[in-house]
Design a protein around this ligand. Structure first.
Ligand code: NAP
Ligand code: FER
Length: 336
């Protein structure tokens, strides 16, 4: 078998609303051999993440949009199978930005060598021990600033970021209320993650009322993953001097036209609420501490990990789209 043969997923056209298979194309290519300073990587796992939807738009806020007719990119974990770079050798396990392809050539300076905590669980480095886990850690601790006894409300609570937020907040001694879109996810959060209350936003009726029942003492920290009616309900229930860690607003990512905002933003003033947007990539100074804390929490079972694993690059677009229908349970991983 020719080790330079690779399959890539390209963005063919820019989606307006929810993307479909027609916006993407699987392309077979033959890679050039690595040059000095480069490595050939065979990916074991790639990540699909909500932020990728933003990069499919022509205009970017902080990052370059994906180019058309080129492989998209994002987190991937793989093995070096040929090296022309000092410091990396065949068999090394690396984290790269080379998602959406099963093999790639990368400059060694753009990849991070991993010392895997468990070689049989490499996908952890795309989830709890990777970007989404660090998002939970940074967002909650640095921007939510939860204190023991406070109430933390988490939307998309069973997801890659949310499930880690819930569990870290429980460790601190907070009362945690999650919101999810299915009863199975709700039960898992209650039983396995020891979350105090879970709302199924699809069946609860009025979300503000459901939140006021689940959080009778109000909300001190809202970890915002969803936006729209979740933000509105959270603002209604926020306590004075509450904090909102604004991580994402997935309910808006496929809107072709901007949707109207929450109708109660003035509550930010009277309640003196602090809202902090943040992007995990700005906080690499916290990576070493995050990794040592999180690896020990996973090792001793203090943090439980759930993943949905989809096999094959040909199913990667479906895996990505599942993020918007809620068909992932925990971190969505593509096994290559
Ligand atoms: P995830 O939660 O693992 O997957 C997405 C989940 O969002 C789905 O499973 C679904 O769960 C929920 N969802 C999708 N559409 C929804 C809608 N219209 N209304 C309510 N819920 C909806 O994804 P993730 O990777 O952890 O990302 C979660 C959030 O964090 C996203 O907003 C993402 O953009 C953000 N994020 C931000 C950063 C940063 O640096 N700021 C980094 C990583 C992620 P249900 O079944 O519960 O509906
Ligand atoms: C994400 C959502 C949005 C994310 C990054 C962004 C890393 C960035 C948004 C922007 O540039 O406006 O999940 O994860």
């Amino acid at each position: 078998m020719n080790k330079y043969k690779a399959r890539q997923v390209h963005l063919k056209t820019r989606p307006k609303g929810l993307p479909t298979q027609e916006h993407f194309e699987i392309v077979n290519v033959e890679l050039p051999p690595p040059r000095q300073g480069e490595v050939l990587i065979k990916n074991n796992f790639m990540s699909v993440d909500p932020y990728m939807r933003g990069r499919m738009r022509a205009e970017g806020v902080y990052a370059e949009p994906y180019a058309l007719n080129k492989p998209m990119y994002g987190g991937a974990v793989g093995e070096v199978i040929e090296s022309k770079a000092d410091g990396l050798k065949e068999g090394d396990i690396v984290l790269s930005g080379g998602a959406w392809q099963d093999r790639l050539i990368a400059n060694s300076e753009t990849v991070t060598q991993l010392t895997p905590f468990d070689v049989n669980r490499l996908s952890l480095y795309l989830g709890t021990l990777g970007m989404p886990g660090m998002t939970a850690y940074v967002g909650l601790l640095k921007f939510g600033e939860p204190k023991e006894g406070e109430t933390v409300f988490v939307s998309a609570a069973s997801g890659a970021v949310g499930a880690n937020v819930c569990q870290i907040a429980k460790q601190i001694g907070c009362r945690v209320v999650g919101s999810v879109g299915s009863d199975d996810k709700a039960q898992w959060l209650l039983d396995e993650c020891k979350v105090d209350e879970v709302i199924n936003y699809k069946t609860c009726g009025n979300l503000t009322e459901a939140l006021s029942k689940a959080a009778p003492n109000g909300v001190d920290v809202y970890f915002e993953n969803v936006g729209g009616s979740h933000l509105e309900a959270a603002l209604n229930q926020m306590n004075h001097f509450g904090r909102i860690a604004a991580c994402g607003m997935i309910s808006t990512y496929n809107n072709s036209d901007p949707a109207p905002g929450p109708n109660n933003l003035m509550l930010i003033v009277g309640k003196k609420v602090r809202i902090n947007g943040f992007i995990v990539f700005d906080h690499n100074d916290m990576r070493a501490k995050f990794l040592s804390d999180m690896e020990s929490w996973v090792a001793n079972g203090e943090i439980i990990v759930r993943e949905t694993v989809v096999e094959g690059i040909e199913n990667s677009v479906d895996a990505f789209l599942a993020l918007f229908s809620g068909d992932n349970f925990g971190k969505m991983i593509v096994k290559l």
